[in-house]
Design a protein around this ligand. Structure first.
Ligand SMILES: [Fe+2]
Ligand SMILES: [Fe+2]
Length: 189
């Protein structure tokens, strides 16, 4: 089956209670939907995969991606969803290479939403609504800032997408703005 947004949210919240993880899932959902529209593809499907991509992370961090595939398979979710979720761990916890536009996008923006989130939280406005690409670029070049964010993955992803890093950052910001309130990045604006 192809989960609806409601079904995906149900599955996600069954396994995930941590606010930061839910906000990350919502950020990735919003950005995936934004990129789907840019690519002329199905925002609903891209959004659902974004929502579910870290489904297992709270309870099974050591089996990341693999456990999600297992859970979704048990629920009868289509293979293409399982593959897409697993491909975001390419080179880290799976050997499933991103192939489709959807998979390449997920691979690229997953870490980037984390970096943008961290950049927003240190700004006076605490907001994504007035964030500029150059502020993200500055922190991208500073390895000590949000050190857990894998810059190499983001750069490899841009190559896969055939997009310039600045454009990927700009579109990721645009997607996150659409969900600013839900992801806690409206700030004081
Ligand atoms: Fe992940
Ligand atoms: Fe993630």
């Amino acid at each position: 089956m192809k989960p609806t947004r409601e079904q995906a949210w149900q599955i996600l919240t069954e396994y995930t209670k941590t606010k930061a993880l839910l906000q990350h899932a919502l950020a990735v959902e919003a950005v995936m939907m934004h990129f789907a529209k840019l690519a002329g593809e199905d925002p609903q499907q891209w959004g659902v995969i974004g929502l579910l991509h870290d489904l297992d992370y709270e309870q099974f961090p050591n089996q990341h991606c693999h456990k999600t595939a297992e859970i979704l398979a048990e629920k009868g979710v289509d293979e293409q969803y399982l593959r897409a979720v697993c491909s975001h761990g390419f080179g880290i916890c799976t050997d499933i290479e991103p192939r489709s536009r959807l998979e390449k996008t997920l691979y690229t923006i997953d870490e980037l939403t984390g970096l943008i989130n961290a950049v927003c939280l240190m700004r006076p406005s605490k907001s994504v609504l007035d964030l500029e690409v150059k502020s993200v670029r500055k922190k991208f070049k500073q390895p000590s800032f949000a050190a857990g964010v894998n810059r190499e993955v983001i750069q490899k992803g841009c190559v896969m997408l055939g997009m310039d890093l600045n454009d990927v950052i700009a579109e990721t910001i645009a997607g996150m703005r659409e969900a600013a309130a839900e992801i806690g990045l409206q700030g004081n604006l």
